[in-house]
Design a protein around this ligand. Structure first.
Ligand code: BGC
Length: 853
């Protein structure tokens, strides 16, 4: 029971109606609106359509087909004759990289999509979207290549960190908030990857075999919800095939489902290099083939029309979609942009910090070890290489380069009194070389075939990623024959330093006047063409160096003939790894530090070779000796807190041996500051699991992502994630929806009707807090085959100690429906439903029965 007259609030769709609201503050609806809104000009639709038709009418066939093909890596051609500017696209989910792939064009890096989803807060996702729109405008980007809304089908999926959840409803809600936010700022989105790109192995060719019900009820569901709730201006079709048909040619899913059935009116762009058939793609509803300049559209498409293989009306339809996008983003003269006044400016650093803390999931907190008790004299041993070299984002196309990066070591050093913190490496998850960085001063010298210098470029690290025409002044693809990364290296430690390369082509590596390696790296037959980009680092040679004695370094790279892979891009890296120390010594040193401290905080992490794009994971173990480190530390310090810095589930075999486990995902550029906020109790860990964490990999419902003879059967049907755990007998380490805050809640009443539920709860702890009230439906006696229960709605509520809150959560009509394979339509299933108000999928606090007519 709360106090006699508890402050009492009612919340609808996630935002509380408080006394303040009744006193005149605005009441807000979470997914539809957020304060500081820009002005969207819906009435401009008609004028934009007229402008689109007028512009289309002025274009000849060749120009139209030219507009449908990338002119380079990221943009479409400008057509000054109709007042059309070049439309610029850019990745990606957690930031806006812009057209340059380099650290000297920095971007705000938000937490990984798994972290955003862990907030269970569509309004926060919307605010993230607005920040990204602001970033896009700053970088001249019209369309963001995001969000990624494929599902967490298997934890092995390489881009798991880049997707939101194993649950289609949560994915659709977070994705809708995100899309609304980006588009509030007048910037387009491309919801990706439509559809079935839930793993990476053989991603260009794999045929995902998915039955109609799981396809509709799981994999298409987030796309459908986002189209309905957020009206995205774009969609990206994936590389894979689906039930035998390439997604870029999938006229059924694109033309019939996405467009005709759902009413999508945006543009449809291929994933990069996914468009492989001129006629198949245009007839399949693919509007734009990216990247350019060599694509299956352009002249090839004009020729197909002239040969009578493609009706010109199909080209017109695609051009119309592109022009509509241009009109919306303000790139077509004479058409009013969809957003006339952008939202208030967002402080990116502050938002990155807020989202990080809101996404952290505290899965274990024995004896209330967190938040760390205040008071002077308490000491902390911070352990783990990832505390110093934080992993703030996942790899692949989602990569951006932040201007600053707060590691856990930075964050805690700043927050704790002087002398309270000690740090030891303990274990290093990465034995691999990374782009030459600390201690290196480098530049790139570009030469022609005769060795004459064409130009030079600055290099913030050993990574050269020049995309499209973003080459140093005076350099062009026609004349460029070699690039030398050259400069000095000042070693931080004495010992054997390893050097290596990443990329395809011929290399010569010289350090301190000695030629260490000369050789060629070729593209393997099986490899993903993006291997050059994201591929494995190769160690080439080692050399003993002395701390503080600078040496000259040089890596010369000969531009290769990439054959079929005709990307206008230069991508290679000079890699380095400092002297490796004995792993047992490192652990012993950390144990000593832990023994002498009141609290031990161990940061464990995955690496870029574990979670990235273009390949899947092989298991869920933490790399290196990190498990040994945690066990050794926990054995000497009962207050051991483990911070898990991974974008997706990993096995935590020691989880019952430590006092607390905090999942921080890839926490973005301000992650270390947010970590200090949460560990010291200035902020609550606000997250709930968007995906079930298994005890062991073998327990995961789907453990196979390698296609058999090119086919990947989704044989589990509807049973992924928590739906599968509930159907079987395996208990996960941490269930879907689980997460502890710093306060506690009593669920007091639950009323339910077909339209929605009303839950009353009280904060019975001693601190203010936020609770995510989760509503699950469980059919009482099912007349059809369905999962035993599923997430039907949720809302976040906030309350101070002793305060009660009442929240109304709408139930979408779809939650009572199944896809009827015979009737090819949705069917409402009447009967009895147990409605559960829960703290996680397995922690139900209240139930009522609802009889649905
Ligand atoms: C990825 C997309 C990305 C594109 C452009 C592709 O390899 O699958 O998600 O937007 O590259 O970087």
């Amino acid at each position: 029971m709360g106090p006699p007259h508890p402050p009492h609030r009612t919340q609808r769709g996630g935002t509380a109606v408080t006394d303040a609201a009744q006193n005149g503050d605005q009441t807000r609806d979470e997914t539809r609106d957020v304060s500081g809104a820009g002005t969207r000009d819906a009435s401009g639709d008609r004028i934009r359509e007229d402008a689109v038709e007028a512009a289309l009418g002025k274009l000849d066939l060749d120009t139209k087909t030219r507009l449908l093909a990338g002119q380079d890596m990221w943009s479409l051609p400008a057509l000054p004759e109709i007042g059309l500017s070049s439309l610029v696209m850019s990745d990606g989910p957690i930031g806006v990289r812009g057209v340059r792939w380099t650290a000297d064009d920095p971007s705000i890096a938000l937490p990984s999509p798994t972290a955003l989803a862990a907030s269970w807060d569509p309004a926060l996702a919307r605010r993230a979207g607005r920040l990204l729109a602001q970033e896009a405008r700053r970088k001249g980007v019209h369309v963001l290549l995001a969000p990624t809304v494929n599902l967490h089908r298997s934890p092995l999926g390489g881009r798991h960190f880049e997707c939101y959840s194993e649950d289609p409803y949560l994915t659709g809600e977070i994705g809708s908030g995100y899309v609304n936010g980006v588009q509030d700022g007048g910037v387009g989105t491309t919801v990706k990857h439509f559809v079935g790109n839930d793993a990476e192995t053989e991603r260009f060719t794999v045929d995902c075999v998915i039955a109609p019900r799981p396809l509709r009820e799981l994999y298409l569901a987030p796309f459908e919800a986002i189209v309905a709730n957020a009206h995205p201006w774009g969609i990206m079709t994936s590389y894979n095939r689906l039930n035998g048909t390439s997604m870029t040619e999938n006229t059924h899913l694109v033309n019939e489902v996405l467009r005709a059935e759902w009413g999508f009116d945006g543009y449809n762009v291929s994933d990069w290099m996914a468009a492989r058939s001129t006629t198949g793609d245009i007839l399949g509803g693919l509007d734009v083939a990216m990247p350019g300049p060599d694509t299956v559209y352009g002249p090839a498409l004009a020729e197909a029309v002239r040969a009578g293989e493609v009706p010109e009306s199909a080209v017109d339809a695609a051009v119309r979609n592109v022009l509509r996008l241009a009109a919306r983003v303000g790139a077509l003269e004479g058409a009013p942009p969809a957003v006339t006044e952008v939202p208030d400016a967002v402080d990116g650093q502050a938002l990155a910090r807020e989202i990080a803390a809101r996404g952290f999931v505290l899965v274990r907190n024995e004896g209330g070890v967190l938040p760390l008790a205040g008071g002077g004299g308490r000491t902390v041993a911070l352990l783990g290489a990832a505390a110093r070299d934080a992993r703030i984002l996942g790899g692949g196309s989602a990569t951006v380069f932040p201007e600053r990066l707060i590691t856990p070591l930075d964050g805690l050093t700043e927050a704790l009194p002087e002398g309270a913190l000690t740090f030891a490496v303990g274990a290093d998850p990465s034995e691999e070389l990374t782009p030459a960085d600390k201690g290196f001063t480098l530049r790139a010298v570009c030469r022609d075939a005769a060795g004459a210098v064409l130009g030079e470029g600055s290099l913030p690290s050993g990574q050269v990623q020049w995309i499209g025409d973003d080459l140093p002044a005076g350099v062009s693809y026609g004349t460029l024959a070699s690039i030398e990364v050259t400069g000095t290296f000042l070693p931080r430690e004495s010992g054997d330093h390893a050097f290596g390369t990443r990329g395809l082509g011929a290399f010569a590596l010289t350090v301190d006047g000695t030629l260490l390696w000369e050789g060629v790296q070729e593209l393997g037959n099986e490899a993903d063409p993006f291997e050059a980009f994201f591929g494995a680092p190769s160690e080439r040679a080692g050399i003993p160096l002395t701390e503080g004695r600078p040496v000259e370094v040089s890596l010369t790279y000969r531009v290769p003939d990439m054959g079929a892979v005709s990307l206008k891009a230069i991508m290679f890296s000079l890699l380095h790894l400092g002297p490796r120390r004995d792993a047992d010594d490192l652990i012993a040193e950390a144990v000593e530090a832990a023994r002498n401290a009141d609290t031990a905080i161990v940061v464990v992490a995955t690496t870029e070779r574990v979670e990235s794009e273009g390949f899947d994971r092989e298991d869920l173990t933490l790399p290196g000796r990190q498990d040994d480190l945690v066990r050794a530390v926990a054995a000497v310090n009962p207050n051991t807190v483990v911070v898990v810095n991974a974008g997706s589930p990993v096995e935590l075999p020691w989880r019952e041996e430590v006092a607390a486990v905090l999942l921080t995902w890839f926490p973005g550029q301000e992650g270390g500051a947010a970590l200090a906020d949460v560990l010291l109790g200035d902020a609550e860990p606000g997250g709930r699991l968007p995906t079930t964490w298994p005890v062991a990999f073998a327990d995961a419902p789907v453990t196979e992502v390698i296609p058999t003879e090119g086919r990947l059967e989704y044989a589990e049907g509807l049973l992924i994630g928590y739906r599968a755990y509930e159907a079987g007998s395996v208990v996960p380490a941490y269930p879907f929806g689980h997460g502890l805050g710093y306060t506690d809640w009593a669920y007091e009443s639950l009323e339910a009707g077909p339209e929605g539920v009303r839950v009353r709860l009280t904060n019975i702890g001693t601190r203010p807090g936020r609770e995510v009230v989760q509503v699950y439906l469980a059919p009482v006696a099912d007349s059809v085959e369905r999962p035993a229960s599923w997430l039907a709605g949720f809302a976040g509520v906030e309350a101070g100690p002793g305060e009660s809150v009442e929240v109304e959560i709408a139930l979408p009509a779809r939650t009572f429906e199944i896809w009827d394979e015979e009737a090819r339509g949705w069917r409402r299933i009447g009967g009895g439903y147990e409605v559960r108000a829960s703290r996680s999928h397995t922690d139900t606090r209240l139930t009522v029965t609802l009889d649905l007519a």
